[in-house]
Design a protein around this ligand. Structure first.
Ligand SMILES: [Fe+2]
Length: 187
C-alpha cells in the first residue's frame, strides 16, 4: 500500500508499515542480530509518525472533536511511554536480555495506540472535520515526515550518514525528534 490520501489514510499506512516491521521481529528467533536492525527501523518510523501526529493530528482533534483535548492528552501520554521504551531499546543489542522484554513492551504499547486511533480517534475526526481539511492535513503530515534527516543532527556533524544510524546509537530518538520538529536547525 502506498502513501497518499487524507491524514487518516496516511497515518493508517504508517501503522501498517510499523506492524510489518513488528512481524519481522517476531518471525526471527530471540537474539538474532536482524531483530536489532528492525527495532531501529521501527524507532525511526515511530518517531517520524509521532512527531507528525503531534504537529498536525492532535491539534486538529482538539479543534474539531468534542472532548478532543482529553483524547489528544491521552495520545500524548502514550507517545511519551513509547518514546521512553524506544530510548531504553536504543542501548540494547539483539542478544541483550532486556531486548526481548523492551520490544515486547513496545509492541503492546503501539498495538494499543493503533487500535485506539483506528477504532476511536480517527472515526471521530473523520466525522467532525471537513474532508478538505483532512486532505490538507494529509499533505502537511507527508511534508513533516519528508523533513526527516538524510543527514544526522546538525549539532553532530561528525556522525555517519543517517543510514548508518541503524547501528546502535545513543539519542537516536532525540536526534530524529529534533530534526523533524526543526529544533536545533540553523535557519
Ligand atoms: Fe498513530
Amino acid at each position: 500500500m502506498g502513501h497518499g490520501g487524507n491524514v487518516i489514510d496516511e497515518l493508517v499506512t504508517d501503522h501498517r508499515e510499523v506492524e510489518e516491521l513488528f512481524g519481522k521481529i517476531e518471525a526471527l528467533p530471540s537474539g538474532h542480530k536482524d531483530r536489532k536492525l528492525y527495532a531501529d527501523q521501527v524507532t525511526i518510523e515511530l518517531v517520524r509518525h509521532s512527531v507528525a501526529e503531534e504537529a498536525y493530528l492532535y491539534p486538529a482533534v482538539r479543534e474539531h472533536v468534542a472532548g478532543g483535548d482529553a483524547l489528544a492528552d491521552k495520545e500524548l501520554e502514550d507517545h511519551a511511554k513509547a518514546e521512553q521504551i524506544m530510548k531504553d531499546l536504543e542501548g540494547c543489542a539483539a542478544d541483550d536480555a532486556e531486548f526481548d522484554r523492551l520490544t515486547g513492551m513496545l509492541m503492546s504499547e503501539i498495538r494499543a495506540h493503533v487500535a485506539d486511533e483506528e477504532g476511536n480517534l480517527f472515526p471521530r475526526l473523520r466525522e467532525a472535520c471537513p474532508a478538505d481539511a483532512l486532505d490538507d492535513l494529509g499533505d502537511k503530515v507527508r511534508q513533516a515526515k519528508k523533513t526527516a534527516p538524510t543527514r544526522p543532527h546538525p549539532s553532530a556533524p561528525d556522525r555517519p550518514p543517517a543510514n548508518k544510524l541503524l547501528a546502535p546509537g545513543v539519542g537516536m530518538v532525540d536526534r530524529m525528534r529534533d530534526a523533524l520538529s526543526g529544533r536545533g536547525k540553523k535557519s
